[in-house]
Design a protein around this ligand. Structure first.
Ligand SMILES: C[S@@+](CC[C@H](N)C(=O)[O-])C[C@H]1O[C@@H](n2cnc3c(N)ncnc32)[C@H](O)[C@@H]1O
Length: 234
């Protein structure tokens, strides 16, 4: 994918009132038109972080890997989940393209729900946190941002409990959804780890299976019938 031209990015409002970003040159949005907020809660919190936590209630610390920090929406939702459920979350996010201050300062996520208003300053801190360092955002949430390309990231084995796979769509960025890259991500997951993504593409299902993950088609977020989750069983 060619670099993102910051001048071309547009803030849009999705159907649930939450913002997202639109990239004209890719004709692609960062989230679903049917609601960025609702999509992220369903795909990444309900089907990812909360699902893992419910299956491993004894586990005091959960390590999450996110593909694409972008607007920081998933990190914000994970912060609130960690604080509310008093489970320590280490959130590692990789991002190839920086989002300028004029965009992240406009995003309306902390105004979407009264229980998020207290995170306005934390949301900016997360965007401004240094790369390649642990930033303690709350006693229950540590953010580690990596500036880099997922394709060349040197993964370690057996590190992550939950993977938020939030790259641009397979049609737009096929290289990020290949068996080769998914195998690397699967190797970096711990046994029992959950991979979750908004996509329900048949080829992705086959690629995840080829990467030795056990794949399920589950109910999608509002406006989308299905999506995929996968578990590392070995
Ligand atoms: C669909 S957006 C979602 C971003 C974010 N999770 C959010 O909720 O705003 C995809 C993100 O992946 C990033 N990205 C695209 N190609 C990448 C790559 N090769 N390595 C790392 N990040 C990449 C984009 O810059 C963008 O922020």
């Amino acid at each position: 994918m060619s670099a993102i031209d910051p001048q071309s990015i547009k803030i849009i409002t999705t159907e649930d009132g939450s913002h997202s970003l639109y990239l004209p040159h890719l004709n692609e949005t960062y989230h679903s038109f049917h609601g960025a907020w609702r999509e992220s809660i369903h795909v990444y919190i309900k089907c990812g972080l909360a699902a893992y936590h419910e299956q491993h209630p004894e586990q005091k610390e959960i390590v999450v890997f996110e593909v694409g920090f972008g607007t920081g929406l998933n990190a914000l939702l994970a912060l609130e989940y960690a604080d509310t459920h008093q489970v320590k979350v280490h959130f590692h996010s990789i991002e190839a393209f920086l989002l300028e201050e004029k965009f992240y300062k406009e995003l309306n996520y902390t105004a979407m729900d009264p229980s998020f208003e207290k995170y306005s300053a934390n949301f900016l801190t997360m965007h401004e946190a240094p790369w390649e360092a642990d930033a303690e955002i709350s006693p229950y949430f540590t953010l580690h941002k990596t500036k880099g390309d997922l394709l060349t990231y040197p993964f370690e084995s057996d590190v992550y409990d939950v993977v938020f796979y939030d790259a641009f769509a397979p049609r737009k960025q096929p290289e990020l959804w290949s068996v080769e890259i998914l195998e690397k991500v699967a190797t970096a997951m711990k046994s029992g780890g959950i991979f979750t993504t908004y996509s329900a593409q048949g080829q992705l299902k086959r690629n995840l299976e080829a990467a030795h993950l056990q794949v399920s088609k589950v109910q999608g977020p509002p406006g989308k019938k299905e999506m995929l989750t996968a578990v590392k069983t070995i």
